[in-house]
Design a protein around this ligand. Sequence first.
Ligand SMILES: Nc1ncnc2c1ncn2[C@@H]1O[C@H](COP(=O)(O)OP(=O)(O)OP(=O)(O)O)[C@@H](O)[C@H]1O
Ligand SMILES: [Mg+2]
Length: 472
Amino acid sequence: MTSARSFGNYDLAAAIADLIDNSIKANATRIWITIRFNAADPLVTIVDDGDGMSEAELHAAMRPASTNPTEERSPDDLGRFGWGMKSASFSQCRKLTVLSRQYGAASGAVWDLDDINGWSMGVLSSDEVAQVQDEHLPTDHGTEVRWSNCDRLSEGGRISSDAFNELVAHARRTLPLVFHRFLEGKAADRPKLSINLNGQALEPFDPFYMSHNAAVPLEEETLLVSGAPVRIRPHILPHYSKLSDTEHEKLGGNEGFLRNQGFYVFRNDRLIVHGTWFRLAKYGEMSQLIRIGVDIPNSMDEIWKITVDKSDAQLPTPLRNRLRQIVDGLKGRSSRVYRSKGGRIDRPGKVPVWSRYTRNNEVTYRINSEHPIISSLLSSGEGPLAATVINLIQSNFPVSAFVDDANLRPENISQTVASRTEMKALLDVTIPSMLIANDNDLSAMIDELRRTEPFSANWPMVKEYLDAKGWK
Ligand SMILES: Nc1ncnc2c1ncn2[C@@H]1O[C@H](COP(=O)(O)OP(=O)(O)OP(=O)(O)O)[C@@H](O)[C@H]1O
Ligand SMILES: [Mg+2]
């Protein structure tokens, strides 16, 4: 049993998730989780209103490897190894108490790694269960799992309350993601699940943000692997300009969009792996809005190499080629969404401020000397000096700083004409020389404005200016 402490790579959130799996399997609709710091001697309880266990079932469930992993599981079972409850619990604590009621009959059992009587399981009478149970354990059916003497969770009693709170906060962020379909009531053939953590309900967190009108779900595809269906559903997240700061922060998660792109693998509607490319693609700036949902049934655990802690899986070889094609096809779409705000700078027929040149795979950006404002400066009395200044600016653009920002903080780059005042000042300067260049033909001048940056991209503001002057 002590060896089970090192099965899997559980953190607090993953350990609790493994117990929630069991509650869901037992048809629970409500789960209450309590995590108390208790002066660095933490106590954790997970209570559900599921079917519960009879005494015999409970005693069997307490056994290590209580079921054979090769046994066929019902299609909605989130378990596999017959270890989860034990390995998840002992990854955090030394004493595991399980209380359960079925048809009103209570039973309880305890494993204590420090038990001086050696290898024996403690058994609780129904009166003892009633005395020690959490207030939420239902009187008819349900189960309570309790962790005490949490040496791992408390880092040997040395954990600070701040570090402990961070673990709880991490669980509060992770569980709504892992079980979001259950919390939304969208898991197959399941009523809506409610999970309460320290008195607060968890709100589902959909990593694809399907409820947002700018989220783009793409065509779903079903592939057969060894006769079992794998459903692939790619999504392109909304561009950050379409999200509020809070939405953006939440959707990016702790590690940001760059780190959370890639595949999201759901096993029986429960998220097991997220934000990985399975080495099919690189984490890149242009693909950071891609999240691909992959749905697998529990009959494929062997092929996907599902781990005891349900937090890792490997991509089966027969899927690699098709998934790689899907990913390659998506990259173009994602980068279009990603770039759409500023627009491409080299669109034909537009007059950009910056032009992009490529030669022999080498890319250069130069300030466009044909842009009306720039060309009128260049043909003015200060022309030669202006040409030198422009040259100086374009050849000293801070490329590496920009690349870093574009990769790490794209959402913080702000590069648009922001205010009406700024736009008005630009137009005040531009229009007189543009009119001259167009032989005082007002509509030709307006046509040129419409093609010219930054006016083209901010046309409503420009039109307001022109309307105010009575120019059509
Ligand atoms: N909350 C619960 N309600 C009812 N039965 C439960 C509950 N938790 C555990 N059980 C029973 O205990 C058994 C053992 O659970 P455990 O998590 O150790 O293994 P498992 O779920 O079968 O497989 P896995 O190792 O993949 O989690 C379960 O199969 C289930 O029958
Ligand atoms: Mg389990």
